[in-house]
Design a protein around this ligand. Structure first.
Ligand code: FES
Length: 137
C-alpha cells in the first residue's frame, strides 16, 4: 500500500504554458522570456512581435542602430531553435544580411524576424554584437 504519488494537490504550477504562449531564449545569456502570442506591447522598433520587439519588451540588449528599419546589421542573431515559428526572410533582409559579419545559415535580423506561432524559439546574439555598445557620441 505504498501510495506516495501525491502530485497535484496544492502543487505550484511551475511550467504550464498556455497553448498561445511564446517562449524565447536568448543565448548565451540563457535568459528565457514568455508571453502570449499576439499580446506583446509594441515597443516602436522593428516589426511588431519581432525578436527585437521581444528583446526590448524584456530589457534584453539587442543592438538596433537603424531603429529596426532593416537598414543595418546590428540586430543580427542566429536562430537555434523554432525556425518554423518565425516569419520567412524577405529580400531586403537577405540583402542586408549579406553584409553581416559571421553570416550563418540560421542568421536573421532581429527586427525583421517576426514570431508567427506560439512555441519555443532559441536565438543567439553574436558576441561582437553584444559588445557593440555605442561608445561614440
Ligand atoms: S536594427 Fe537595423 S536592421 Fe535591424
Amino acid at each position: 500500500m505504498s501510495d506516495e504519488k501525491t502530485h497535484g494537490a496544492g502543487a505550484t504550477t511551475v511550467d504550464a504554458p498556455g497553448e498561445n504562449t511564446v517562449e524565447v531564449t536568448f543565448l548565451p545569456e540563457g535568459k528565457t522570456v514568455t508571453f502570449e502570442h499576439g499580446k506583446l506591447p509594441y515597443k516602436d522598433h522593428g516589426k511588431e512581435e519581432s525578436l527585437l520587439d521581444v528583446a526590448l519588451n524584456f530589457g534584453i540588449h539587442l543592438d538596433h542602430a537603424c531603429g529596426g528599419n532593416c537598414a543595418c546589421t546590428t540586430c543580427h542573431i542566429w536562430v537555434k531553435e523554432g525556425a518554423d515559428l518565425i516569419s520567412e526572410m524577405e529580400d531586403d533582409e537577405a540583402d542586408k544580411l549579406d553584409m553581416a559579419a559571421d553570416l550563418q545559415l540560421n542568421s536573421r535580423l532581429g527586427c525583421q524576424t517576426v514570431i508567427k506561432k506560439p512555441g519555443k524559439v532559441v536565438v543567439e546574439i553574436p558576441a561582437w554584437n553584444r559588445n557593440y555598445v555605442s561608445e561614440e557620441h
